[in-house]
Design a protein around this ligand. Structure first.
Ligand code: DGJ
Length: 533
């Protein structure tokens, strides 16, 4: 029996003999009161993630991945699974990399999010097998208005959808067979940064036809519009909006087929447009889930649990605008990718303050590459440090943080560039945060030399808070029911969380509390009891 026949026989075997799903429930998202939480094995899970580089998903590269992941204190690693890698010739599957990846992830005590690189990887089919990307007749590319083609596959081709969906279903079947009881893989990203650069839509006959067809009821309900064709309802936006619906509907069908065999949480990620000056569609990836079409995507793709932004916008105003726009009652916030440069690390705190279920810097491995636009510096131990500090702080309290966020008992902020103080409204208290202050005395806050401060506050009792963060000073003023009263720290305990249990180390008092609580580059957890007199 040849290699392919063996693989085929194995795949057929798996298809018919799927093991029963484990007693622990499958990973899933829960939502209530406009907030969201990921449950893994029935417990709240905060994804302290990192993504490997695009070309790191090969067995020979994994030794360059794990040391970086270990140093980062991640609990979740995102790794691409490429269509060309698992189905190099049609109908013949090779899951050997996935098998290796899963066993090594288990050894390193991390969970995985798999990234399905297929019809779309940054707009194009680079990760589709050669038998797909070289057959423009069977798998047509997008047509521009002038009749030329773009290197982006058309979402209107049933043959492309069928082939992608079949491969993804085979992947999910294999995954269920090898991981249905362990849940090493907790989430799956379906495609990568879909959409098309260089046009607002596909000018094929099918694309033209869609413009004149009725807007589906789910889209009307989500956008509050009255019935009509895409052109009649959305006017000048009809081209982009109908194209967004077509791509979302395509990806929904891929995701739904995968879920039908193995029901893991699934999401799509976004190549963002500039939140303040987006320019015309096509300048950004048109049809992808950009903020202006998020409602259309949520309506068109019910099989996706969420739409996750890839945030490569270092400026505070832009970053937090994206957090605002993608944290919705109908969309759990997950930062699927973010920059690996130091200033991005602090945004994990603001993301959590916006209710994020996870955060993940991109390209965090030692394979010798960095996507920093201003220099060729590769990722090294120094690059990891600011992220490692945040994750070292958050990993022991990850479950508590996920639960507190879901219950509305969590606040998080990151250091802006232009202003150096922030107020956080906790209801009965107002927290004041200052950046770039010495530990002693009350000078004006000047900001850290590189913005890197962040603070997380979790309510753990009446007038009682867990405070963690770095490079920031935190003090409290009475507010709400305490307004106008004199206030003091009744007790500030420093300690650690071990297996979810608080372990007391010491009480902070005197210099350590007189000027506020100074959070530094040491991982420190404080339980703060406030009181009035
Ligand atoms: C966003 C994509 O999703 C990633 O795969 C990668 O290409 C980065 N851009 C750039 O490094």
């Amino acid at each position: 029996m040849g290699r392919w026949s063996l693989l085929l026989a194995a795949a057929a075997c798996l298809a018919t003999a799927l093991p029963a799903i484990a007693a622990t429930p499958l990973p899933r998202l829960v939502s209530a009161h406009g907030r969201h939480m990921l449950l893994v094995d029935g417990q709240p899970w905060l994804m302290l993630g990192a993504q490997v580089n695009n070309s790191s998903a090969w067995p020979a590269m994994l030794p360059e991945v794990w040391p970086a992941m270990d140093a980062l204190h991640v609990n979740t690693v995102q790794v691409p699974i490429a269509w060309e890698q698992i189905e190099p010739s049609e109908g013949h599957f090779d899951f050997s990399f996935l098998d290796t990846l899963l066993s090594q992830a288990r050894e390193h005590h991390v969970r995985l999010a798999l990234l399905w690189f297929a019809t779309w990887k940054n707009n194009g089919p680079a990760y589709a097998p050669a038998w797909v990307k070289l057959d423009n007749k069977r798998f047509p590319r997008v047509l521009k208005k002038d009749g030329d083609t773009l290197d982006s596959l058309s979402p209107f081709a049933a043959s492309t959808l069928d082939a992608d969906r079949a491969a993804f279903t085979a992947l999910m079947k294999h995954l269920r067979a090898i991981d249905g009881e362990r849940h090493t893989v907790i989430m799956v990203q379906v495609e990568n940064e879909s959409g098309t650069y260089g046009t607002d839509r596909d000018y094929s006959t099918a694309g033209d036809r869609l413009l004149q067809s009725p807007v589906p009821a789910a889209v009307l309900a989500k956008t509050g519009r009255k019935a009509g064709s895409w052109t009649a309802v959305f006017g000048k936006d009809a081209a982009e909006f109908s194209y967004a619906w077509a791509i979302a509907h395509y990806i929904d069908q891929v995701a739904a087929a995968g879920k039908a065999v193995y029901d893991l949480p699934m999401y799509a990620n976004v190549a963002l447009r500039d939140p303040f000056h987006p320019g015309p569609p096509g300048g950004y990836a048109s049809g992808g889930p950009t903020d202006n079409v998020l409602g259309i995507w949520r309506a068109a793709a019910p099989a996706l649990d969420l739409i996750a932004p890839d945030i490569y916008l270092p400026e505070y105003a832009k970053y937090t605008a994206v957090l605002d726009r993608y944290s919705r009652s109908d969309n759990p916030l997950f930062i699927a990718e973010t920059g690996s440069a130091a200033p991005y690390a602090r945004y994990v705190f603001a993301a959590l303050g916006h209710g994020a279920i996870g955060f993940s810097p991109f390209g965090m491995d030692f394979t010798g590459y960095s996507n920093w636009p201003l220099g060729a510096r590769k990722i090294d131990a120094d690059t990891l440090k600011p992220f490692a500090l945040d994750y070292e702080l958050l990993r022991p309290i990850a479950s508590l943080v996920a639960k507190a966020g879901f219950e509305g008992k969590l606040w998080g902020v990151s250091e802006p560039e232009q202003t150096h103080t922030q107020q956080i409204d906790l209801g009965a208290w107002q927290a004041q945060v200052g950046y770039g202050l010495p530990q002693f005395g009350m000078p004006e806050a000047k900001g850290n030399p590189t913005p890197q401060g962040g603070v997380l506050i979790v309510q753990i009792g009446r007038d009682e808070y867990l405070v963690a963060g770095c490079h920031a000073r935190v003090s409290f003023q009475p507010a709400g029911r305490n307004a106008g009263k004199h206030a003091l720290f009744e007790r500030v305990e420093e300690g650690r969380y071990v297996d979810g249990q608080w372990q007391f180390l010491r009480v902070w008092n005197g210099d350590q509390t007189d000027w506020g609580l100074n959070l530094t580059s040491e991982p420190q957890w404080l339980r703060v009891k406030l009181a009035t007199y």
